[in-house]
Write a protein that binds this ligand. Structure first.
Ligand code: AMP
Ligand code: TRP
Length: 336
């Protein structure tokens, strides 16, 4: 048992449209957690600029992601919502963590390898130290629980390593052990065009993903056109092995209907995809429609969204300040 107070922190990058993957893998789970834990949700604009962002577009996307979080049910009266760059402690702690994390650790990060691609020499230095900033986001608040999709697991392991090395190096028991919360049926939603690729904001094909900005008609069309194979649906989950597209659609169905995959297959096993797809399209529209419409409405209310982010940043800064002061003291920085 620890005396550490439980606290949730999570983030999303404003680097494109929010997708069904962000919703099922992350944001939807946050809505439930905010009732159980003190929660902080962050639009991580400083992470976004690790790859080039047009400034006007970054401002727009930052508000849009905040609107998406609100539309999905994050309640600013219950949780803190803000954008990362408004609280300077994130950058300050990230620098300290740049000096704690080892190059060998960063060299193992698969997301860097994927994002940097073949031309690593041309990737920004920020992209390389991205996981250190993520560790700073979490530990600036001594958060204990971090709800994310499957793809962030490795970054959270690094966060634990950084916390532990800091505690060891300075001989303190300061940072808590961070626990990843990878929740729900759909922890890794795949592309609708290629079941071996993650559904991503940055996929060049818009048909590969469902955006939270898509209208009802577009959502239904993308589901109907999603790639499948030609076999009937299996009656049991084991039958989805080596059928990534079928598995993905059934998983999405399960997540959206709050059921498990086995249960969904009981209804559709033995049938072709026609009825299943048309039911999945209707279900997707029913669940996502109200969220996308509320998000669109909020996107028109810039000053309201800005005021939520400003208030959130103030609250976040108040929580961060004493923790950062302790950290600076531990490291040996003189007080002004
Ligand atoms: P990002 O869009 O990379 O900022 O991701 C924000 C959150 O959404 C993180 O918790 C991710 O793990 C989660 N996420 C992003 N894409 C997916 C996906 N395709 N399936 C499940 N979770 C995802
Ligand atoms: N790296 C995360 C992603 O791309 C976003 C993120 C930044 C984050 N800081 C975080 C998630 C802190 C959880 C906690 O998905």
């Amino acid at each position: 048992m620890t005396t550490q107070q439980d606290r949730v922190f999570s983030g999303v990058q404003p680097s494109g449209n929010l997708t069904l993957g962000n919703y099922l893998g992350a944001i939807r789970n946050w809505v439930g957690l905010q009732k159980q834990y003190e929660s902080i949700f962050c639009v991580v604009d400083m992470h976004a600029i690790t790859v080039w962002q047009d400034p006007e577009e970054l401002r727009r996307a930052t508000r849009e992601v905040a609107a998406g979080m609100l539309a999905a049910g994050i309640d600013p009266a219950e949780s803190i919502i803000f954008n990362q760059s408004q609280v300077s402690g994130h950058a300050e702690l990230a620098w300290i963590f740049n000096c704690v994390a080892r190059l060998g650790w960063l060299n193992r990060m698969t997301q860097f390898k994927e994002k940097a691609g073949k031309n690593r020499e041309r990737a920004s230095a920020g992209l390389y130290v991205y996981p250190n900033l993520m560790a700073a986001d979490i530990l600036l608040y001594k958060a204990t629980h971090v709800p994310v999709g499957e793809d962030q697991k490795q970054h959270l392991e690094l966060t634990r390593d950084i916390a532990q090395k800091f505690n060891n190096d300075y001989g303190v028991d300061f940072f808590p052990e961070v626990e990843p919360l990878i929740l729900g049926e759909a922890t890794r939603v795949m592309s609708l065009r290629d079941g071996s690729k993650k559904m991503s904001k940055s996929d060049p094909s818009d048909m590969a993903r469902i955006n939270l900005t898509d209208d009802r008609e577009t959502i239904a069309k993308k589901i109907r056109k999603a790639r499948t194979d030609s076999d009937p649906l299996p009656s049991e989950p084991a039958g989805l092995e080596n059928r990534p597209e079928a598995r993905n659609l059934v998983t999405i169905y399960a997540a959206l209907s709050d059921r498990c995959v086995a249960d969904v297959l009981k209804d559709y096993g033995g049938q072709g995809f026609a009825t299943f797809k048309s039911d999945l399209a209707a279900l997707s529209v029913e669940v996502l429609g109200p969220i996308t419409e509320e998000m669109k409405r909020l996107c028109e209310e810039k000053s309201y969204v800005d005021s939520i982010l400003r208030d959130g940043a103030e609250k976040a800064a108040t929580l961060a300040e004493p923790i950062l002061e302790n950290i600076k003291q531990i490291v040996g920085f003189l007080k002004p």
